[in-house]
Every structure is written in structure tokens, then in C-alpha cells.
Design a protein around this ligand. Structure first.
Ligand SMILES: C[S@@+](CC[C@H](N)C(=O)[O-])C[C@H]1O[C@@H](n2cnc3c(N)ncnc32)[C@H](O)[C@@H]1O
Length: 232
């Protein structure tokens, strides 16, 4: 897959419009049912883009590092369920996610490993088709995954990492700073819906969502700091 463009994402919004509407409604209902005990992290654009890419890429094996209460887990599982294919392997130190994933979404498509992923590297599948990282946002953890996790994963694997662009630049000494420097050194392009980093992206996608009637927020948080790229 080439580096994602806003035009490509806009096309995916149209292509999967109906399924995305259903997924958004289901996520909104889930949030309302759980109330404040459901601490969701991914913002709407980055969650929807993850869903849309997974629909389009149809991965067999997805790895998620950092589930917390399961907001991203639910989005990913909905995409795999809607594809009718694919398995998700999730990792986290805490197991709040386990009580939040409904059986009909987990079925035989989800496995969860509790613990520090650095102690479970051998359990991360090597035949990954999509890698999702939203875990420890410190520089040390980023150094660990670029040195240890990324080399285990096939070159070209579509990957997304959260909490990179809360501003125009990543915070100094953060995970984002390490990752962005590493991407630049490897000459790897990335896509982000972060309005702080790429205001034109959100501008274009907001218009597309409005045209499709998908503009009612699921969550009221608009940082969308995720980056998407293909591993070199
Ligand atoms: C920001 S939260 C994830 C939010 C989630 N993706 C969502 O969409 O709601 C980060 C999670 O990463 C987990 N985490 C932090 N360091 C980790 C590590 N070394 N191994 C596994 N999980 C880790 C934390 O326990 C926490 O639940």
C-alpha cells in the first residue's frame, strides 16, 4: 500500500458509508450504555480511518498494543467482523478490555495477552498484516518498538501509532518525537488526521462526512493525533 492520501480516505468514507454508519451507531450506543466507566481514547477521525483501512486492506492478522478499556479494540473487531475475516491479537498490562468486548464481536477472532508487551514479544505474531500501537507514550518505549517490534513485522506492514501529533510537532522526549525522527531517517512518509499537524486533512474529510451525513460526533474529542505509515 502506498502512503495514504486524504483523497484515498475520502473515497473509503464513500465506499463503506453504510457499514461505517452502523459501526458509529454501535460505538455510540456502547459508550452511552457504559457511561463514564468506559474510558475511550481514539478520537472519531482516527478511529474511523482505522476501521476504513481495515475494511479495505482485509488483513488476516492484526496486532493491537494498548487496549485500555477497549475502544480501539471494538473498532478493530467491528471491521474484522464486517469483513468476515481476520483475527486480532491484543496486548495490554491491564485487562479492563476483557469485560468490555461483547462475545458476538470476540467470537473466535480475538485473543488478549495481559502483561508488558516487551515481556511477550515472542507471542506477537510475525505474520502481521496490520499493526496498531497505542500504549506507553514515553521515548524509551518507542525506542524499544522501533528496535525490537518493527523488525519482527514484515516490511510494508500498514501501521498506525497514536498520540504523536497533539501539536504541530511531537512533544520533546516523547514516543512521537522518537517515531517521527525514525520515520524521517528511514525516509518513510506518513498520513495524519491531526488538525494541529495537517489542518487541510480534517477540513476535507469534515466536508466528506457532512455530505454523507456522518458528521454527528461519536465522541467529543478532536485531537486525532494518530499517524499511519507502512513499515520500511
Ligand atoms: C492510551 S491507552 C490505550 C487506549 C485504547 N487504544 C483506546 O482506544 O481506548 C494505553 C494503554 O497501553 C497500555 N500499556 C502501556 N505500556 C504498555 C506495555 N509496555 N505493554 C502493554 N501495554 C502497555 C496501558 O496499560 C494502557 O491501557
Amino acid at each position: 500500500m502506498d502512503t495514504i492520501t486524504t483523497d484515498h480516505v475520502a473515497t473509503l468514507y464513500g465506499k463503506y458509508e453504510d457499514d461505517l454508519r452502523a459501526a458509529r451507531d454501535a460505538q455510540r450506543r456502547f459508550l452511552a450504555d457504559r457511561g463514564p466507566s468506559m474510558k475511550a481514547q481514539l478520537d472519531d477521525y482516527e478511529a474511523e480511518i482505522t476501521y476504513l483501512l481495515l475494511r479495505d486492506l482485509r488483513p488476516e492478522v492484526v496486532v493491537e498494543i494498548g487496549t485500555f478499556y477497549g475502544w480501539s479494540t471494538l473498532w478493530i473487531l467491528r471491521a474484522l467482523r464486517d469483513n468476515g475475516a481476520g483475527r486480532l491479537h491484543s496486548f495490554d498490562i491491564v485487562d479492563h478490555v476483557v469485560r468490555n468486548v461483547p462475545t458476538e464481536l470476540a467470537e473466535d477472532r480475538w485473543s488478549f495477552t495481559q502483561g508488558d508487551v516487551r515481556d511477550h514479544l515472542d507471542e506477537v505474531p510475525t505474520d502481521v498484516d496490520y499493526l496498531f500501537v497505542d500504549a506507553d507514550h514515553g521515548a524509551r518505549f518507542a525506542h524499544w518498538y522501533v528496535d525490537n517490534l518493527f523488525p519482527r513485522v514484515p516490511a510494508g506492514t500498514p501501521t498506525s501509532v497514536h498520540d504523536v501529533f497533539h501539536g504541530r510537532r511531537p512533544k520533546p522526549f516523547s514516543e512521537g518525537a522518537v517515531l517521527v525522527k525514525w520515520l524521517a531517517e528511514k525516509n518513510v512518509g506518513f498520513f495524519t488526521p491531526s488538525p494541529a499537524k495537517a489542518p487541510d486533512v480534517i477540513h476535507q474529510l469534515a466536508f466528506v462526512k457532512q455530505e454523507l451525513g456522518l458528521d454527528e460526533p461519536v465522541r467529543h474529542s478532536d485531537h486525532n493525533p494518530m499517524v499511519y505509515f507502512n513499515l520500511p
